[in-house]
Design a protein around this ligand. Structure first.
Ligand SMILES: Cc1cc2nc3c(=O)[nH]c(=O)nc-3n(C[C@H](O)[C@H](O)[C@H](O)COP(=O)(O)OP(=O)(O)OC[C@H]3O[C@@H](n4cnc5c(N)ncnc54)[C@H](O)[C@@H]3O)c2cc1C
Length: 417
């Protein structure tokens, strides 16, 4: 009979939480695993919620991390619809909203992130739509119909993916963005590709405008509303979708006194300020060996891959999570993958191989002559050489980067001149 000192409890039953259970079993952990998740659904993946699933082209079953039978077959005690309300590190117990105190030996926080709310006067008078959960996606999908006027606040990845899905469904779409370009993190040249893409598909993309207030057009609490913009103009929508970023769910960690700094602070082995508590996925702000600093990554691949390192750490094996950040998007007929990390200020040059106007290219972000990030748009099977190039940390001649005749594999190790 296993004791609580052998139990691994995982809070958050989404991609990172469920994959932690998978990785623990694959790494040979034979003791008790309890996976606690506030949502009622089986652990699922979120990328389809703004793409295939929202469009109706991906089946519901395809979003689940594992089939329902997997959890019983692998002796994982899955508690769905249960929220962990607090964490008592002195007794090593989770306090659940069922009233139960769940003892554990080691704990993994996979609590993810929640949408940042639109915080302007009147925001509580309209049923603003956010997109994080399967239920959100179902609600949105039912509302996206020809002729419906959808106003999207925020031209980030989620906002633009919803815009693409809404246009594909025949809705009229307005996208409002406070910054001068959508996806400003990419820099103006590459961001412009996405602006053109959406405008060509009939999206009314308005940049440089913030939302100052909201008011309902019908009875308060309905989905229809008017947005009052920072320039004094107004935009009405049957539906207002807000995609203005996410906030890591750190309440449990903070309440228990764990170090919190833009997420739960963890080392490269994904340990929090306590060795017996780890954090993975969107909530984890992890030391990255290659970057030499902490980074919190809000992407699918990170939630999928960090759990392997966490499982190994829990089992006392030495490991460090050093994969490069990677993510992807699909909008209309544009598919994109991005590797590396280039926040504004992290790079001093952007060069492009291929044709921006044709939307078939690879963009490279450089810092001091070294490639720190790369994006391939409608060019496939290049992630490996691109990541090798970034990881090499070597200087590369920009002229060779832009020359499509130079094989990507030959770029590693080339020096200017
Ligand atoms: C619509 C959408 C589209 C996306 N598309 C892409 C994409 O194309 N490419 C990409 O790379 N990434 C994409 N992402 C991001 C990706 O889905 C996330 O990085 C990933 O879901 C993170 O997984 P996670 O398990 O760390 O956290 P989450 O998915 O946020 O899951 C955390 C879970 O923990 C639960 N929880 C929180 N607190 C508690 C508690 N106290 N007790 C119990 N349960 C709790 C939550 O209810 C939630 O179910 C997308 C995200 C969204 C929302």
């Amino acid at each position: 009979m296993p004791t609580s000192s052998h139990t691994v409890a995982v809070v958050g039953a989404s991609l990172a939480g469920a994959t932690t259970a998978v990785a623990l079993r694959e790494e040979g952990f034979a003791e008790r695993i309890v996976l606690v998740g506030a949502e009622r659904h089986l652990p699922y993946e979120r990328p389809p919620l703004s793409k295939g699933y929202l469009l109706g082209s991906a089946a519901r079953e395809s979003v689940f991390v594992q089939p329902e039978t997997w959890y019983a077959e692998h002796d994982v005690d899955l508690r769905l619809g249960v929220r962990a309300e607090s964490l008592d590190l002195a007794t090593r117990e989770l306090v659940l909203d069922t009233g139960e105190r769940l003892p554990f030996g080691q704990l993994v926080l996979a609590t993810g992130a929640s949408p940042r709310r639109l915080d302007v006067p009147g925001a509580d008078q309209v049923d603003l739509q956010y997109l994080r959960t399967l239920d959100d996606s179902d609600r949105l999908r039912a509302a996206l119909r020809p002729g419906v006027r959808v106003v999207i606040v925020g031209a980030g990845w989620i906002g633009l993916e919803v815009a693409a899905a809404a246009r594909t469904a025949g809705a009229d779409v307005v996208v409002l963005e406070q910054a001068a370009v959508p996806l400003g993190v990419l820099g103006p040249e590459v961001a412009g590709v996405f602006a053109d893409l959406h405008r060509e598909h009939g999206v009314d993309l308005r940049v440089g405008v913030g939302v100052a207030a909201v008011r309902p057009t019908g009875p308060a609490g309905g989905t229809a509303g008017i947005l009052v913009l920072s320039d004094g103009s107004e935009v009405a929508g049957d539906l207002i979708v807000v995609g203005v970023g996410v906030i890591p769910n750190v309440e449990l960690a903070r309440g228990a006194g764990l170090a919190v700094d833009n997420g739960v602070a963890v080392d490269a082995a994904l340990r929090t300020s306590r060795d017996d508590v780890l954090a993975v996925g969107d909530v984890a702000n992890a030391t990255h060996p290659l970057l030499g600093r902490r980074i919190r990554v809000e992407h699918w691949a990170n939630a999928l891959n960090q759990p392997r390192t966490a499982a190994r750490t829990l089992l006392g094996r030495t490991d460090a999570y050093d994969r490069l950040p990677y993510f992807f998007t699909d909008q209309y007929d544009l598919g994109m993958e991005y590797s590396g990390h280039a926040a504004p200020g992290d790079y001093d040059q952007v060069v492009v191989r291929g044709d921006l106007a044709e939307r078939a290219f690879i963009a490279f972000w450089l810092s001091g002559g070294r490639v720190v990030a790369a994006m391939n748009v409608n060019v496939w099977d290049v992630t490996e050489p691109l990541q090798r190039l970034i990881r090499s940390g070597r200087s590369v001649d920009p002229a060779r980067l832009t020359d499509a005749d130079v094989p990507l594999d030959d770029l590693v190790g080339t020096t200017p001149g």
